[in-house]
Design a protein around this ligand. Structure first.
Ligand code: GUN
Ligand code: FE
Length: 468
């Protein structure tokens, strides 16, 4: 591929390369990447890499390539009720809106009807890796795994474990049943002919699991340490109070997971809105990752997350849509809300008399998140949360080509965001600045209409230009 590339580097930097040449093998691996390549140098560079016979894709002057988005937390079985129930807070929302929807997945025909559109919707929004919660049902969750496999997306798929504090029509009969179904799902997903779809242990949250069930899931994770874990933590104040009343031996919410062997380097914790300082320390010590879900946290009135503090502590953070707590399937919307939420956090910090906010430029706490940080969270940050940082998240030699072609061409169906642009493309003197500005525009005003192509492991799987 020859053309413009956006590539996240670290929390504060991204490369905007107006004229890059990137070599992708037929297996979808990035073999080499050359920067600052003029048109007349392309053939010589291909020859240098002994790639003279390969197919060359030259990007349009309105387009660039960037790594695909990583959604570290969403509920495939809640897509039918996206966009309703925003009057509730978490526990009432679960009871009134969410559990009744998820219960419908007892019927595998319903799963077959709903799940294909979930995959299509997420892929067309540029999500190349996704961590899914399914319902508690084994058979419907196998169907989700089949559909994810067929779609070509990189995915982690778990069935919810929930053996208490759930409605009679939507609860597992015993811890043993819950664990047996989890083991059966792990076995099933591992039998699929895929390197992209993986199982994940999914205790829904502490409230919906007995201590016995959590212990058994912790034992399962210890026995098979390559299976990651995902759950919710400290999302809502009523939830936290109820959790502490159910686990009287545990001092904090994080202790509940830790004392059951479920807080590990491959645990993904969604939300983390109201963590106490000692919980943040414990999460850091265990090297667990946080899925930041600001759209959901705003929508369900859960609160704002001190993401900057977590980043300052070196905790792994990625982004999550948390559909349907969040009403958007696109990581772009989550980026926008992460930005807005960080600004709200900064206003609140300014109002504090003894603000502990550091004035140093080298910290993130209590400050708006910069564009480079937002891009990083949506890509490399998510990859780190999934322990996939050696495979995806950025364009580096040896990583997989999980990529998006973004187009701000005025001929796209979202022409408004490029209508005011200089149409000369990225060849002029200011091309790097222009590319950086266009990325910012895309992050804040773009949508699926600007995502022309979506590749996972080099295979084209979606986007406006994809015909199926
Ligand atoms: N906590 C337990 N279950 C859920 C869920 O489905 N969504 C969210 N946002 N929080 C939860
Ligand atoms: Fe969730």
């Amino acid at each position: 591929y020859y053309g413009a590339i956006i590539n996240p580097v670290d929390l504060r930097h991204f490369d905007a390369l107006p004229r890059a040449l990137i070599g992708v093998t037929s297996d979808g691996e990035i073999a080499w990447l050359e920067k600052d390549v003029e048109d007349h140098q392309v053939q010589d560079l291909l020859a240098k890499h002994s790639w003279s016979d390969v197919e060359l894709f030259a990007l349009d002057k309105w387009d660039w390539l960037m790594p695909g988005f990583i959604d570290t937390h969403t509920h495939a079985c809640q897509f039918p009720n996206i966009g309703i129930g925003q009057q509730y807070q978490l526990l009432d929302w679960l009871e009134n809106v969410t559990f009744p929807t998820e219960a419908k997945f007892a019927d595998t025909a319903y799963a077959k009807q709903i799940y294909p559109s979930v995959l299509t919707r997420l892929i067309s929004n540029g999500t190349t890796t996704c961590c899914y919660y399914a319902s508690l049902h084994l058979e419907s969750t196998k169907i989700l795994a089949d559909i994810a496999h067929a779609s070509g997306q990189r995915a982690y798929i778990g069935k919810c474990n929930m053996d208490r504090e759930s409605p009679p029509t939507y609860i597992e009969s015993s811890p043993e049943q819950s664990v047996a179904d989890t083991e059966a799902l792990i076995k099933y997903i591992r039998s699929l002919p895929t390197t992209l779809v993986h199982p994940i242990i999914t205790p829904r949250f502490a409230i919906s699991c007995t201590s016995l069930l959590l212990h058994q899931l912790g034992a399962l994770a210890a026995k098979d340490p390559t299976v990651p874990i995902q759950t919710h933590i400290s999302e809502n104040l009523a939830e936290i109070a109820f959790t502490k009343s159910l686990f009287k031996d545990c001092e904090t919410y994080a202790d509940v997971y830790d004392s059951h062997g479920l807080l590990k380097h491959n645990t993904i914790l969604a939300h983390a809105v109201h963590l106490e300082p000692r919980e943040i320390e414990l999460i850091k010590t265990r090297n667990a990752g946080i899925s930041h879900c600001p759209t959901s946290n705003l929508n369900l009135s859960s609160g704002s997350v001190k993401v900057g503090e977590m980043l300052d502590k070196g905790i792994k953070v990625g982004l999550g849509t948390d559909c349907s707590g969040g009403f958007a399937a696109s990581i772009l919307t989550v980026v926008q809300h992460a930005s807005i939420m960080s600004k709200v956090v900064s206003f609140e910090a300014r109002g504090k008399v003894n603000s502990t906010a550091s004035k140093s430029d080298s910290t993130f706490a209590d400050k708006p998140l910069p564009v480079a940080t937002l891009l990083y969270l949506a890509t490399v940050g998510g990859a780190r949360v999934c322990n996939l940082q050696d495979t995806v998240g950025s364009f580096e030699v040896g990583k997989s080509f999980d990529a998006l072609r973004i187009s701000l061409n005025p001929r796209t169906k979202n022409p408004g965001i490029s209508a005011y642009e200089d149409p000369s493309g990225f060849k002029g003197a200011d091309s790097e600045k222009l590319l950086r500005e266009r990325l910012e525009k895309f992050l804040f005003c773009g949508d699926d209409r600007n995502i022309a192509e979506v590749w996972v492991a080099g295979r084209l799987i979606g986007g406006q230009n994809f015909s199926g």
